[in-house]
Ligand binder design. Structure first.
Ligand code: NAD
Length: 451
């Protein structure tokens, strides 16, 4: 099939590359010229394991091309995928400006092609408030008139950054919302190669398909906030959340995924998607107390962790608190194996610490460049985890990258000014830190205070 992607971010690029890799002819379009130039040169603008290889292979086979020209990108396409961002605006509503511009761009191309052109399927892949795909259809229809043929579909994406290629190639399920049987069959034909493992393709009506994405993300966010609430109760009553988690997750009905206590969720999806559920509820007059609690708890989890840092230093050298202290951060990305720093807990904590007069040093295996762009010179971002710790009064572990899991504590003790670790991802056993004479604060477990 001939396909075009509008937006070459985490979703558009991975979708384009994986669809090209199984034989389709794909053009990826973006308004960001620098991104497209980089991609034309075979370089990925994002970090995603396995992406560079596939990019190179499919560019050289001629199946994958990049463009900033909408007409060139879409003119031959059987399907046009809208993969633009749908961030929250300052009130928490979904900002639809990229969706609108994508719809208008498609309408212009369809008008140029005229009524004789074959009917294309416009596929909304971005995560969108329920009703958006129909709005996109109506917006295009109003501009192109009744003569020009096209179909609309919704096809939410469930990939996880850091495992995006695998997730796309072996999805647990594919969900497609369509308005007729024929479009459903076209979507099925496209995705058949990805479900050879027997996993299902669900064809349903568009409004349900849009809702599947929100329901899935809201549920996952809910699991994270739930275990964090339990961790906070564990702290208050002296229980150990690691033991509680083991005991609880052994129940098959509960399972053990997405039940890790820590700094809460970040990234470009869960925060905005829970907010979008709340906003959809407000618009329809439907209460959404669960989503509201999930969101509030998640925001509060960062404050709660920051307060542990504050109380440690206030207790030690009142009244100065954090002023003049150096905090080292291990991990900036919102989760391991990605360079995405959107809504990352580390960024929130660093901004807070800077506000209290602390100095921050930070290291992330792949997100340093994005962090430098976001934080500017306020944070000293270094290229090695031990350099970050050098001279620091405390170390904060904000992302659970593998390389932070078994550090050389002797080396750390020699490098650091203060022997304190704030372990936002529960990477270390408290006893391990006590043995190494470090103070250790984690989530849902008793602190270790070494003298
Ligand atoms: P992103 O911000 O990384 O990429 C969006 C891209 O679209 C940008 O490169 C931007 O320049 C481009 N763009 C915007 N308007 C355009 C236009 N009119 N024409 C061409 N290009 C345009 O976003 P993302 O993380 O890939 O997310 C895209 C959508 O997919 C969102 O709705 C998101 O919620 C959803 N989603 C994201 C993930 C994820 O893990 N990132 C997973 C599932 C679903």
């Amino acid at each position: 099939m001939k396909l075009s992607m509008i937006g070459t971010g985490y979703v558009g690029l991975v979708t384009g590359v994986c669809l090209a890799n199984c034989g389709n002819d794909v053009v990826c379009l973006d308004v960001d010229k620098a991104k497209i130039e980089k991609l034309k040169g075979g370089k990925s603008p994002i970090y995603e394991p396995g992406l560079d290889d596939l990019l190179e292979r499919n560019i050289s086979s001629g199946r994958l091309r990049f463009s900033t020209d909408a007409f060139e990108s879409h003119k031959d396409a059987d399907m046009i995928f809208i993969c633009v961002g749908t961030p929250s605006d300052e009130r928490g509503h979904t900002d639809m400006k990229y969706i609108h511009s994508a719809a208008d761009q498609i309408a212009e191309v369809l008008i140029k092609l005229g009524p004789a052109a074959k009917s294309k399927v416009v596929v909304v892949k971005s995560t969108v408030p329920v009703g958006t795909s129909i709005m996109v259809r109506n917006r295009i229809r109003e501009k192109v008139g009744a003569e020009i043929k096209f179909e609309i579909a919704n096809n939410p994406e469930f990939l996880k950054e850091g495992a995006a290629i695998d997730d796309f190639n072996k999805p647990d399920r594919v969900v497609c919302g369509v308005e007729n049987e024929a479009t459903g069959q076209r979507m099925r034909d496209l995705y058949d190669p990805f479900v050879r493992n027997g996993h299902p393709i669900y064809i349903m009506e568009i409004l349900s398909s849009e809702m599947v994405k929100y329901a899935s993300n809201a549920m996952l966010a809910c699991k994270i906030s739930f275990i964090n609430e339990m961790a906070n109760l564990c702290e208050a009553y002296g229980a150990n959340v690691t033991r509680v988690r083991e005991g609880m997750c052994a129940d098959k009905r509960i399972g053990n995924q997405f039940l890790y206590p820590g700094l809460g969720y970040g990234g470009s999806c869960f925060p905005k998607d829970t907010l979008a559920c709340i906003m959809m509820g407000e618009k329809a007059g439907v209460p959404t107390p669960v989503n509201k609690a999930v969101h509030e708890l998640n925001q509060g989890q960062r404050d709660r962790f920051f307060n542990k840092i504050m109380s440690h230093f206030k207790a030690k050298d009142a009244p100065g608190g954090l002023s003049g202290k150096t905090l080292a951060f291990w991990g900036i990305a919102f989760k391991p194996k990605t360079d995405d720093i959107r809504e990352a807990p580390a960024i929130t904590l660093m901004r807070k610490a800077l506000g209290y007069g602390a100095k921050c040093k930070a290291f992330d295996p792949v997100a340093n460049e994005n962090a430098r762009r976001d934080l500017g010179p306020a944070v000293d971002i270094v290229d090695d985890m031990y350099s970050a710790a050098e001279g620091a009064d405390a170390l904060i572990v904000a992302t659970d990258w593998d390389e932070f899991k078994s550090p050389d504590f002797d080396r750390l003790a020699k490098l650091m000014k203060g022997k304190v670790i704030f372990d936002g991802r529960n990477l270390y056993r408290p006893q391990q830190l006590a043995d190494n004479k470090f103070s250790h604060y984690s989530v849902g477990r008793a602190p270790v205070v070494s003298g």
